[in-house]
Ligand binder design. Structure first.
Ligand SMILES: [Fe+2]
Ligand SMILES: [Fe+2]
Length: 188
């Protein structure tokens, strides 16, 4: 972690985008019966990444946007994140060992990677234009605090009955928990 202390927020987010690409590869490379574990790891990473971006980056850039185009980009990016979350929620119905799951995973991957490229192409340069080095490093420090806070805890509204949880799969509640954790950690 110390090696990353000099990075600014844009560099940290680009690192995480690479980690997300790798997690998609791990799901695809797993045997059909062994996809659940890597898929859960992917969902956890996506949820925590998007929750941290929403709290630290998109909110800041909405306030700091210097042009209508920059403000429009933030709106598009938030809608892309909501769309990926809806697609993931629909995937909770699918058995990860099936072809149907894999075709949804392909679509999700295209959507998520296009979203990451959109951020890298249109939002991250605006961060560098609008925020000085000190603020970019402050955001990076807060981002690192989120990462050091560890995995998300169960959300109080996630059903606890084992058969309900099994039927819903790992997805329902993960995004809510990630947002809760961002709020708790940043308000400490
Ligand atoms: Fe994002
Ligand atoms: Fe991102």
């Amino acid at each position: 972690m110390n090696a990353k202390m000099d990075l600014d927020i844009v560099e940290l987010l680009i690192d995480e985008h690479e980690d997300i690409r790798e997690k998609f590869r791990e799901v695809r490379d797993a045997e059909p019966q062994a996809r659940s574990g890597p898929f859960e790891a992917l969902v956890e990473r996506l949820a925590s990444h998007e929750a941290a971006e929403e709290a630290l980056v998109h909110r800041t850039m909405r306030a700091e946007a210097g042009t209508e185009d920059e403000a429009a980009v933030v709106g598009e990016i938030l809608e892309e994140e909501a769309s990926a979350e809806r697609r993931l929620a629909a995937m909770a119905e699918l058995d990860p060992s099936t072809d149907g799951f894999m075709s949804q995973l392909d679509e999700l991957e295209q959507e998520v990677l296009a979203h990451a490229e959109h951020e890298e192409r249109d939002e991250f340069p605006a961060i560098r234009r609008r925020l000085g080095s000190q603020r970019r490093h402050e955001l990076a420090e807060r981002f690192q605090r989120l990462r050091q806070a560890g995995p998300t805890r169960p959300h109080p509204e996630t059903p606890q009955e084992p058969h309900v949880r099994a039927a819903l799969g790992p997805i329902v509640g993960v995004f809510d928990r990630a947002r809760d954790q961002v709020r708790e950690t940043l308000s400490d």
